[in-house]
Design a protein around this ligand. Structure first.
Ligand SMILES: NC(=O)c1ccc[n+]([C@@H]2O[C@H](COP(=O)([O-])OP(=O)(O)OC[C@H]3O[C@@H](n4cnc5c(N)ncnc54)[C@H](OP(=O)(O)O)[C@@H]3O)[C@@H](O)[C@H]2O)c1
Length: 267
């Protein structure tokens, strides 16, 4: 991917005053919200989990919240109305979900909702918020993908495809919007220890130590403006490099299955 040039402006002037973070009530999104608050930005936190948003607001009193199901088709209109005249300098497209198991056993509507959350929402929110950033000649767009986008994801086929969509979309936008002053980045975490993941699987069965959400947010934000693709963690970086450049496809899938305790019966 292309390497954007470093910006001379301090972080809060480059990406402030407001940062919209989707899926901010938990996990990686909450870590982004906390980190951005520390860096001096006002966080506009979007999530469907109202209680989680209330907890975040109690912790970060400067933030504003919007309870919204991001699978809704009208997601951009609802967000823009709630934002009002707030100036948004950074959009973190973080919210994401997966349905695990054999695709043909899944409710097609549940898979369509995954597609809407993981790909349609980032598309519509970017389309809605980027024009004002372009007009100001500064801003940032972050897309949270996953290493599964490079490794392939049997039994997570739709999820893996949506995560690859984020890689390709961000890559194209670095070229389209970089010259207008926007820093576009895709961050691709490997397994990260969030509450939802801990609820859905036995973390002690993992063969590799998972990342912490704070590591993912910090790696992304520290590299914003200098790197357009970030894979947090040395092991993930190495395995992604192997997958993308060296391993034959069959071995790549076999390794994915070995590393991930996700088997068809789980679905
Ligand atoms: N954790 C990992 O191992 C990992 C690895 C690679 C990439 N990622 C990516 O990182 C991102 C964040 O993952 P995470 O593990 O931090 O997720 P998480 O812990 O499940 O948190 C996601 C937040 O988004 C909310 N959300 C889910 N569906 C929503 C919807 N339709 N509308 C609005 N909000 C919604 C969730 O609310 P509810 O609690 O109500 O569902 C939750 O508050 C995702 O894009 C994921 O694909 C995660």
């Amino acid at each position: 991917m292309s390497r954007p040039r470093p910006s001379p402006l301090p972080f809060d002037r480059r990406y402030g005053p407001w940062a919209v973070v989707t899926g901010a009530a938990a996990g990686i999104g909450r870590a982004f919200a906390r980190d951005l608050d520390r860096r001096g930005l006002r966080v506009f936190a979007v999530d469907r989990d109202e209680e989680g948003l209330s907890r975040l607001q109690a912790e970060l009193p400067r933030c504003a919240t919007l309870t919204l199901d991001l699978t809704r088709a009208a997601v951009a209109d609802v967000l823009q109305e709630a934002l009002g005249s707030r100036e948004v300098g950074l959009l973190v497209n973080n919210a994401g979900a997966a349905v695990t198991g054999p695709l043909l056993d899944h409710d097609p509507q549940a898979e369509a909702a995954v597609l809407h959350l993981n790909a349609r929402a980032p598309l519509l929110l970017t389309r809605a918020l980027a024009p004002a950033m372009v007009a100001r000649g500064r801003g940032g767009l972050i897309f949270v993908s996953s290493t599964i986008a490079f490794n392939g994801g049997p039994w997570l086929a739709n999820y893996a495809a949506t995560k690859a969509w984020n890689v390709a979309f961000a890559d194209a936008l670095t070229v389209e919007l970089g010259p207008a002053g926007l820093d576009v980045q895709c961050v691709a975490p490997g397994m990260t220890e969030t509450e939802s993941l801990a609820r859905s699987m036995d973390m002690s069965r993992l063969r590799l130590k998972p990342l912490q959400p704070e590591q993912v947010a910090a790696a992304s934000l520290e590299a914003l403006g200098t790197r357009s693709l970030v894979v947090p963690g040395a092991v993930n970086k190495a395995s992604t490099l192997l997958s993308r450049r060296i391993l034959p496809r069959r071995l790549r899938h076999a390794l994915m299955q070995a590393a991930r305790p996700v088997v068809p019966e789980d679905g």
